[in-house]
Write a protein that binds this ligand. Structure first.
Ligand SMILES: Nc1nc2c(ncn2[C@@H]2O[C@H](COP(=O)(O)OP(=O)(O)OP(=O)(O)O)[C@@H](O)[C@H]2O)c(=O)[nH]1
Ligand SMILES: [Mg+2]
Length: 356
């Protein structure tokens, strides 16, 4: 849907409604806030409530901090996870109460960026699928009126963006990743944003540490096996894939509980440097040569290091209870399979592996 048309529909929704709810993405509340819309609402003197949605994708403290700073009342919810919707319902009732002294019914419009979850919130409040939702931005096109109770009605509206900056639009989920002709530029912008906000997220998700945005994108493509006929990484496909992961919430800045379980620190830079210099591509020889140093790294802390040497990958991991889990960990980290390995340790175990 064209943005111009969407804006027209949203303005109508604001005029028609008595109460306005601005929905923002909890992962990027500042970026998905729409000041232009807020001004429109305030000019009309209508009550405005902000809902930070997708709470399941960020830690609670993150949102609490934002909530404290906000000058507009904020409710923090996960529409998909059905969390906080009771509070939202109560807030809506509270705002509606004084208005209902004067009239029979009130209309509450949900407005905001594309893909922030406006339609999902309506469905969750209603308790059934009243309006269509989609992981693709720009899904809702018209105004839809849904009855929440006899007195309270909800108004769904299309997502609107105030900016002309296309890359920014894509990062904020305002344009579907699959439809972008030139996805590399917005993907690099996204990576740069992540590096500024929380660069550990890149290591946690992809197991790579790289300096430049381009290098990170290329290595993600390598990991995903997105290779062109000539053997080069398909940067466009990688960029689309990354943007899709971001837009659909599969990639977030904060690791999930399960991912945190797998947390580790990078180590063994020096040992791997020696291994590379001496071309020690045999786990047993590596253990023979560095046994003392490696035993010192055996404690409850998970450590890992990988190095690509002569087309193979040498991996070392310590701090595991079982050698098998350490090997599996290295396979997940590198996306490759173990060719040969050597296990060492007593209570805490470590492994040296060659992977391909
Ligand atoms: N993780 C997570 N995803 C959510 C949540 N709420 C909605 N989504 C997902 O976000 C995507 C967009 O949801 P919609 O409700 O269609 O978003 P919208 O704001 O109506 O989007 P437009 O109609 O395009 O403006 C869907 O894939 C939803 O499943 C949430 O609380 N957590
Ligand atoms: Mg919608």
């Amino acid at each position: 849907m064209k943005q111009r048309k969407a804006w027209k529909v949203v303005k109508e929704a604001i005029d028609e409604a008595d109460i306005i709810i601005e929905v923002v993405d909890a992962r990027d509340p500042i970026g998905t806030r729409n000041r232009k819309l807020e001004r429109l609402v305030q000019e009309r003197g209508k009550p405005l409530l902000m809902v930070m949605n997708k709470a399941d994708l960020v830690p609670k403290e993150w949102a609490e901090e934002y909530k404290r700073k906000s000058e507009i009342p904020v409710v923090f919810i996960s529409a998909r996870g059905r969390k906080g919707t009771g509070i939202l319902r109560r807030e809506i009732k509270k705002l509606a109460k004084p208005l209902l002294d004067e009239r029979e019914k009130v209309k509450v419009a949900l407005i905001g960026y594309p893909n922030v979850g406006k339609s999902t919130i309506i469905n969750t409040l209603k308790g059934k699928r009243a309006v269509k939702t989609a992981p693709i931005p720009g899904h809702t096109t018209g105004k839809h009126l849904i009855r929440l109770s006899r007195k309270i009605w909800l108004l769904d509206s299309p997502g609107v963006v105030p900016i002309d900056d296309f890359d920014e639009l894509v990062i904020k989920g305002g344009f579907p990743a699959d439809k972008i002709d030139e996805p590399v530029k917005p993907a690099l912008r996204l990576i740069s944003r992540i590096l500024k906000t929380r660069k550990e997220a890149i290591t946690e998700k992809f197991g790579i540490e790289a300096k430049s945005e381009e290098e990170i994108l290329r290595r993600i493509g390598e990991r995903r096996g997105l290779i062109k006929a000539g053997g080069e990484v398909d940067l466009e496909e990688t960029a689309r894939w990354l943007l899709r992961e971001w837009q659909t919430g599969r990639f977030t800045l904060f690791a999930s509980e399960e991912e945190r379980e797998r947390e580790f620190t990078w180590d063994f830079k020096e040992i791997l440097g020696e291994v590379e210099k001496e071309l020690l591509l045999d786990p047993r020889r590596i253990l023979w040569r560095f046994e003392d140093e490696l035993w010192k790294k055996l404690d409850g802390q998970k450590r890992a290091g990988i190095r690509e040497i002569e087309g193979l990958t040498v991996g070392i991991a310590t701090g595991f209870k079982k050698c098998d889990s350490a090997l599996k960990f290295l396979e997940e980290l590198t996306g490759k399979s173990v060719l040969a390995s050597e296990c060492f340790g007593k209570k805490w175990k470590g492994v040296i592996a060659i992977l391909d």
